[in-house]
Design a binder for this molecule. Sequence first.
Ligand SMILES: [Zn+2]
Length: 499
Amino acid sequence: MEINKVYSGFRLDRIERIDEINGTAYEMKHEKSGARLIYIDSPDSNKVFNIAFRTTPHNSTGVAHIMEHSVLCGSRKFPLKEPFVELVKGSLNTFLNAMTYPDKTMYPVASKNDKDFHNLMDVYLDAVFYPRVREDAEIVMQEGWHYELENADDELTYKGVVFNEMKGVYSSPDSVLERQIMRELFPDTTYGVDSGGDPDYITDLTYEEFQEFYRVHYHPSNSYIFLYGDMNIEEQLAFLNDEYLSHFDAIDVHTEVALQAPFTEGKVVSYPYSVGSEEPTDNRTLHSFAYVLPDVTPEHSLAFEVLTHALLTSPAAPLKQALVKAGIGSDVSGYYLDSIRQPMWTVQATGSNLDKQADLQHIVESTLQDLCDKGLDKELLEASLNSIEFALRESDFGGRPIGLAYIIRMMDNWLYDNDPLELLHYEEALTNIRNGLAGTYFEDLIRHSILNNNHKVLVSIYPERGLQERKDAEVKEHLAAVKANMTKEEIDAIVEQTK
Ligand SMILES: [Zn+2]
């Protein structure tokens, strides 16, 4: 294939060899529909297809998550109620799942069998571009939320697949903590709301809002298509063009993730989470000290993974030890997250109490300051670097297809209009970091990204007895009022709909 030539409507813009993964990348654009495509040619027989959309909701109705569920409930070519359950029965796939992230929704499949691979691709493409849910509001009611009423005299309740799923998620303190961190760090962007859906807001979703979200986000111009492995790429491009993309004209999309302006001052906040009315509350507070990191390059991302491992995960982990020794909590951990436009880093403690907030902040900051002043343990950093490097070279992804690990990594740049291939070329970054061990590379990074950075929040969540029961009682009261205001005809219609 040659650069600037058009293959089945796709203009080939770039060809690049990537030694790190023993593959060659072809970056293309479908001229009529505006779809982006990357193909990685590799001798791997475990082929991967993925279509992703940049889904950036403005509220916590869970519209992106409900969309993911709903498009999989039948389509033009596959009008079954649950095509995946049916079609996947005889499939030889090695991976098949759909995932809603804070800013994107991905539909990946992998298979070693050509025919199977082609079929699954067809099912996914038909699902996202021609779903039955565009004409059938009942699918959104089933997957999102609806009023449930089996008999006219019963109590009115809320039901829905995602509504119930997210009620489960929100009953876990870890999820409550994670949600509050994102809300505090990114109050003005899509990360401040929950793309999965907050049960308190899911019932605000209307079919009109759902349809509008589909129109804006599920267009080829807002899509990112990925193919990987040993295949006849020209055949795949012809199929994509003839069956799907040629039916669409490019549109202007405005789904970009906005940048959160940095804070001038850090914040310290606390929120309750619910425990049963008889449950103990002592030592059940969770803390998270979280930072939005400035000016992160792919090299910094790798360095932060090394740093997190060294400070918080490794057996010697000095930051973890300092916090445990001071009795801040029974367990200390932390993570670095770069699958969002502005990466974040956090130190967490569980099994704690609310009055430990100030101590935690002081110990994190003074320990890091001390480590910078005295210099970090080089052997510790080197061991962590080796461990991160090993994981990177293996691209071990819990036994999942390696091509899937590549696209998940690439999306961390591609979705924000940066070079997606840059993240697969890691040799140079590794060399720079290794050379940095001799100097003050990591100390400088800690000073710049953490100690001198005010875009930070210390979030604590503490147990409150009976919180959920009080919330449930409010919802019950609200629903009783809703029902009291309904006419007999409206009530009968809901009984009919429930059936
Ligand atoms: Zn779900």
